[in-house]
Design a protein around this ligand. Structure first.
Ligand code: HEC
Length: 143
């Protein structure tokens, strides 16, 4: 089972719990395509289309973009959902205070939320677009 599918399972459980508002399974499936589209629009310039950190903007940066296909490998084989979400959304580096070249995407990802257990046993209201994007990153991890 890939990390991406584990997150799908978590999202499915939250939906079964009758929390609202939550998209139907079909809407979430659609949002995986949305996650890929968001990635290609906002991430691939630095991280590359396949996530290896080799996008066209990478050579001009002071810091090399992370290889996003190795997130699980570098975390002992488990996809680090919470740190990855925090890194993308921006709060782990303190809004605007990161200093690295990667922008924070919180404002772009805000919108509809759904309640998801992100692995800590707590149902957390999470932007649907962020879930879709992180599912796409999960799918980039080799089996
Ligand atoms: C302007 C270039 C740039 C863009 C655009 C960008 N990143 Fe990054 N990203 C970086 C750099 C450079 C790093 C490594 C240094 C750091 O962590 O700040 C990084 C680090 C990361 C990390 C942390 C990886 C780790 O090993 O902990 C994640 C996750 C990530 N990026 C995801 C994304 C996603 C998803 C997007 C699109 C929504 C995105 N990035 C857009 C430059 C970028």
């Amino acid at each position: 089972m890939t990390a991406g599918r584990m997150l799908w399972a978590a999202a499915g459980l939250a939906a079964l719990g009758g929390c609202s508002p939550e998209p139907s399974g079909g809407d979430v499936a659609m949002s995986q395509t949305a996650g890929q589209a968001f990635y290609l629009d906002y991430c691939s310039a630095c991280h590359g289309r396949t996530g290896r950190g080799d996008g066209p903007a990478a050579p001009g940066l002071s810091v090399r973009p992370a290889d996003l296909t190795r997130l699980s490998e570098r975390n002992g084989g488990t996809f680090p959902i919470l740190p990855v979400m925090g890194r993308i959304y921006g709060y782990t580096q303190g809004r605007g205070g990161g200093g690295g070249p990667m922008p924070e995407f919180g404002p772009l990802l805000d919108g509809d939320t759904m309640l998801v257990d992100l692995g800590d046993g707590v149902l957390t209201p999470t932007p649907v677009k962020l879930i879709a994007l992180v599912n796409h990153l999960g799918a980039l991890q080799p089996d």
